[in-house]
Design a protein around this ligand. Structure first.
Ligand code: SF4
Length: 340
C-alpha cells in the first residue's frame, strides 16, 4: 500500500496541478476539486462525482483529503454551541467550537495543540505545548465545521487553543485560504494574540486585511504579570505603541479583550485605570466575564460585572460585553483543554 504523505489541504494549487499532470488528468480538474473541497465541504474523494473514477482512485490512494479526524462532538442538538474534538496527523488533540447567535455563525479555531504561553487562568495552558498546526489542519477545522453546520459560517476567530502568533506563518496562510478559497470576508476573520508585540508590527507592515484582537486583561503590568507571564517580555506600554502603529498603518482599531476575574482585575479602580490607559488609543474593548475552569479564579458577581461595564460607558472607546457561548460544554473562551 502506498504511503499517503500529505493532505490535499497542505498542497498549493501548483503542487496539485503537478499531481494531476502525473496522473494524465486535465488541469481544469483542479477547479473541480477546489469547488468540492472549499464550497461543498465534501468529506470523501468518492463524493467528487464529476471526476473520472480512475482519477478519484489514484488521488484517494496517494493524498489524504482531510488531515483532521473528528473523534468527538459535544453539544449536539444545541442551538448555541457545539464543540468538536479532532486528532491531528501527529496524534495530538485539538478542539474547535461552532457558535450561533442570531444571524451569526462563528467558528472558533485552534492554531496549536496546547499552548506554551501559560496564562494562569486558561485551561489550554494546563496541557503544555504539543505542536503547531499545519495550514491544512487549521483550514480543515473551518471545512469540517462548515460541513456539520446547518447555517453558513459568517465569522472565524483564531481564539481556540494556542497562541496564533507563535505559529504566525501557518496562521496567515490559513487565514488567506479561508478568505480567498472558502470566500469569507477578511473583516470576518479575527486573529487573536496574547500580546506578542513584534508580530503586531509585522501584521501591520504586511498590511494583512484581517481583524486583530489582543488579550489585555489588566490595566497595569503589575496585575497582568500575575495572570499573563508574557507581560514580562511584552509590557503594556509596548503593546499600546504597537496598537497605535497598527492603526496608523491600516486605519483599523485593535480590539482589546479583557477577561474579568473576581478580585484580580474587576474592581472600580481597575475600570478607571483602564479608561486612563486606553483613552488615547484607537481601539475597542470586549469585556468577557470569566468562564470558570478548575482553578483558583472565579467569575465576578453580576453586580461587579455590571458596575465595571457601567464605568467604561464613560470611556471614549466602545465597550462590548461578551458572554461566551457553550460554557456548559467547556467550550467558552479560555476553557478549551483536553483532559486525558
Ligand atoms: S489564553 Fe491563549 S495564549 Fe494564553 S495560555 Fe491560553 S491559549 Fe495560550
Amino acid at each position: 500500500m502506498k504511503n499517503k504523505v500529505k493532505s490535499l489541504l497542505d498542497l498549493s494549487d501548483s503542487e496539485i496541478c503537478e499531481i494531476l499532470n502525473k496522473y494524465d488528468a486535465d488541469s481544469y480538474r483542479l477547479n473541480q476539486i477546489n469547488d468540492w473541497v472549499y464550497s461543498k465541504y465534501v468529506k470523501k474523494w468518492q463524493n467528487m462525482v464529476n471526476l473520472p473514477k480512475d482519477l478519484i482512485n489514484k488521488l484517494e490512494s496517494s493524498i489524504t483529503l482531510h488531515p483532521l479526524k473528528e473523534i468527538n462532538c459535544s453539544g449536539l442538538g444545541s442551538d448555541t454551541a457545539q464543540k468538536f474534538l479532532f486528532l491531528t496527523s501527529q496524534n495530538n488533540k485539538i478542539e474547535s467550537v461552532l457558535m450561533r447567535e442570531g444571524s451569526r455563525t462563528t467558528v472558533c479555531i485552534s492554531s496549536q495543540s496546547g499552548c506554551a504561553v501559560d496564562c494562569d487562568f486558561c485551561a489550554t495552558a494546563l496541557m503544555g505545548f504539543k505542536q503547531n498546526l499545519s495550514t491544512g489542519e487549521i483550514v480543515d477545522q473551518v471545512l469540517q465545521l462548515s460541513n456539520r453546520s446547518s447555517s453558513k459560517i459568517t465569522n472565524v476567530v483564531f481564539m481556540g487553543m494556542g497562541e496564533p502568533f507563535l505559529n504566525y506563518k501557518k496562521v496567515v496562510e490559513s487565514a488567506k485560504i479561508i478568505n480567498e478559497k472558502i470566500g469569507l470576508g477578511a473583516r470576518r476573520i479575527t486573529i487573536s494574540t496574547s500580546g506578542i508585540v513584534s508580530k503586531i508590527y509585522l501584521m501591520a507592515d504586511e498590511r494583512l486585511p484581517f481583524k486583530l484582537a489582543v488579550s489585555l486583561n489588566a490595566p497595569s503590568d503589575e496585575i497582568r504579570k500575575e495572570i499573563m507571564p508574557i507581560t514580562i517580555t511584552n509590557p503594556i506600554n509596548e503593546l499600546l505603541k504597537a496598537a497605535v502603529y497598527y492603526y496608523s498603518k491600516l486605519r483599523r482599531f485593535v480590539t482589546f479583550e479583557y477577561v474579568l476575574l473576581d478580585n484580580v482585575n474587576s474592581d472600580e479602580q481597575c475600570a478607571h485605570h483602564l479608561i486612563k490607559l486606553l483613552k488615547n488609543i484607537p481601539c475597542k474593548v470586549n469585556i468577557i466575564p470569566y468562564n470558570e475552569i478548575d482553578s483558583q479564579y472565579k467569575r465576578p458577581k453580576s453586580k461587579v460585572i455590571n458596575n465595571f461595564v457601567r464605568i467604561l460607558d464613560d470611556a471614549p472607546f466602545t465597550t462590548t460585553i461578551r458572554w461566551s457561548k457553550g460554557t456548559n460544554i467547556d467550550a467558552g473562551c479560555g476553557q478549551l483543554a483536553i483532559r486525558d
